[in-house]
Design a protein. Structure first.
Length: 120
C-alpha cells in the first residue's frame, strides 16, 4: 500500500501474511503485545507518526515482530477487526533521553530471518 499523509504526520499501512500451515506469534513493539496469527491470515498494520520514520519488520520461523518509530502509534487489524488499542488509544513510541529513537534490536539481537542462517 502507498503511504498516506495527514496534518499530524505520515500514515503507513502494511499487510503481512502468515503463509505457513500453522499459527505463528505476532509481536507489536515496543508495546510488548503478542498476538496469535492463524495460518494463511493477513494482518494489516496501520501506523501514524512523524514524517521520515518507518516500521521495522523482523521475520523468524515462528514469529513476526513489527516495531514502531519514535513518536509513532500503531494499530493492528485482522479481517477489518481491530486487535488491541486503536491509534488514538495508544501511547506513542518514546524518544530516548539522548535523542536517539527507540527502535528494533540490532541484527545480532533479533531473531534469524526465515531462510537465512542465524548470524548470532
Amino acid at each position: 500500500m502507498e503511504p498516506r499523509s495527514d496534518a499530524g504526520g505520515g500514515v503507513t499501512a502494511l499487510q503481512l501474511t502468515n503463509a505457513r500451515s500453522e499459527a505463528i506469534r505476532f509481536f507489536l513493539e515496543p508495546w510488548g503485545e503478542e498476538f496469535t496469527m492463524p495460518p494463511d491470515a493477513t494482518f494489516e498494520v496501520v501506523a501514524r507518526g512523524p514524517q521520515g520514520g518507518s516500521l521495522d519488520v523482523a521475520v523468524a520461523d515462528d514469529a513476526i515482530t513489527v516495531w514502531g518509530w519514535a513518536g509513532s502509534v500503531v494499530a493492528l487489524l485482522h479481517e477489518g477487526t481491530l486487535l488491541g488499542p486503536p491509534l488514538d488509544g495508544r501511547t506513542p513510541v518514546p524518544v530516548m533521553a539522548d535523542g536517539e529513537e527507540q527502535s528494533a534490536p540490532s541484527v545480532s539481537a533479533a531473531p534469524a530471518v526465515a531462510g537465512r542462517p542465524d548470524s548470532r
